[in-house]
Design a protein around this ligand. Structure first.
Ligand SMILES: C[S@@+](CC[C@H](N)C(=O)[O-])C[C@H]1O[C@@H](n2cnc3c(N)ncnc32)[C@H](O)[C@@H]1O
Length: 398
């Protein structure tokens, strides 16, 4: 059923795929409810019908959304600068990218490293979507010289990073980890509450109502209440809205960070980690007047907030609470260097110099306009500059 506003109507084959996913979810709910995290995991990562899992996602201007590496190669150039710093500091010689999407960042990174004579020993990609892994392999094999392509390797779980894991890849030697817009794509629990008041929390689950899914309130589990204790009594009572408000939280993040730390701390060398995403502090993400949370869906460049539209055909995301993520990372064992805006990070690298050089040597006005536009989109506060943040963590060998 189309939503209230006019989203484009999917092609017949896509509609059929979405209907198959709806039937699968309805069977999984067995006439009851599903947690929103299970629903989100299935509609995004089911290998046959999920948005990422089946490769339905299209990146870039003709797709559903455009990420930083797709906007301008200057984003990746900033990461190559960081890589050179990491090498100068004696870190491990490998790069590990989580969730490589179309493969654009990996492509630009390796080509830029070749020019700067700092190619990593290996460039590993941990990608949980089988279809995207295949797409990345095909694209990178076609675009890179064989000697560079040979540095690439793919993993599908954190466990495969462990020394002696049953995988064809040699284990990660430490170096640099890059994750752009991965945390926001992880499944979340949806809940409603009076902000900061743990005894008011109710979980929002998913129920099938006729041809469509909708929300169902349920008693919060003890685990959810415990997770939310970090936010207890943060907001003055008098500032709270009269009605409860909705919000989301990634309940799997503590275990996921702990596994990541466990794997990276066994590497021979140290690793610096860069998590880029949109989000903010806890106070920003859970602002009491944000009455409907931060859940957003993207379908062909139209953003809306109904996760039950076109299951499997649209992206679903939530903002990242960087303050909470940093606290959980520290608890897992990581050293937390801090968080800053994408603009502040990029302007602290050699990218401004590279931008000037590129503008000077641009072959024509169209090329210089394209370079300037890409740079502006990365750093302007009205574009990605402030809303997108980067959290840097470090891990030393155990
Ligand atoms: C929004 S896309 C971002 C793609 C790419 N990083 C970019 O910036 O264009 C999210 C990516 O993260 C992957 N992903 C989601 N959860 C993951 C996880 N737990 N581990 C590794 N990759 C994951 C998805 O399959 C997808 O490739």
């Amino acid at each position: 059923m189309p939503p209230d506003f006019s989203l484009p109507i999917p092609a017949a084959a896509d509609q059929a795929k979405s209907l198959a996913l709806i039937a699968h979810l309805r069977a999984a709910s067995r006439g009851g409810t599903l947690s929103f995290a299970d629903y989100m995991h299935t509609v995004l990562y089911h290998p046959q019908w999920g948005y990422y899992g089946s490769g339905q996602v299209q990146f870039g201007a003709g797709g559903d959304f455009v990420t930083a590496p797709e906007r301008s190669p200057l984003f990746t150039a900033g990461l190559v600068y960081e890589w050179q710093q990491a090498q100068a500091a004696g870190l491990g010689g490998d790069v590990l990218e989580l969730g490589a999407g179309s493969g654009q960042l990996a492509l630009d990174f390796l080509q830029e490293c070749q020019q700067r004579h700092c190619v990593p020993d290996r460039y590993l990609i941990l990608e949980i979507s089988p279809a995207l892994r295949a797409r990345q392999q095909q694209r990178l094999r076609a675009a890179l010289p064989a000697a560079l392509f040979a540095r690439l390797g793919w993993l599908d779980s954190i466990e495969q990073l462990m020394p002696n894991a049953p995988t064809t890849q040699p284990c990660f030697a430490g170096g640099m980890l890059i994750a752009n817009e991965v945390l926001d794509a992880m499944p979340v629990t949806r809940f409603c509450w009076r902000p900061g008041q743990i005894n008011t929390v109710q979980e929002q689950r998913v129920v099938c109502a006729g041809a469509r899914f909708t929300w169902a309130s349920a008693k919060a589990s003890d685990a959810l209440s415990d997770t939310l204790r970090f936010y207890a009594d943060r907001w003055p009572q008098e500032s709270l809205p009269d009605a409860p408000v909705f919000a989301e939280i990634n309940e799997t993040l503590p275990n996921w960070l702990a596994s990541l730390y466990d794997a990276l701390s066994r590497a021979a060398g140290a690793t610096w980690l860069y998590f880029f995403d949109y989000g903010g502090t806890s106070a920003e993400v859970y602002r009491p007047d944000r009455i409907d949370g931060t859940l957003r869906c993207h379908y062909r460049h139209l953003a809306h907030d109904d996760p039950f539209v076109y299951p499997g055909l649209q992206d679903i995301t939530t903002w990242v609470d960087f303050e909470h993520t940093a606290r959980l990372a520290a608890a897992a064992g990581f050293n937390v260097d801090g968080e800053r805006s994408q603009a502040a990070w990029l302007l602290g690298t050699d990218v401004p110099d590279q931008f000037t050089q590129l503008m000077r040597t641009a072959p024509n006005r169209a090329a210089s306009a394209r370079i300037a536009q890409g740079f502006k989109e990365l750093v302007m506060p009205t574009e990605m500059g402030e809303r997108f943040r980067v959290l840097r963590l470090r891990v030393e060998p155990a």
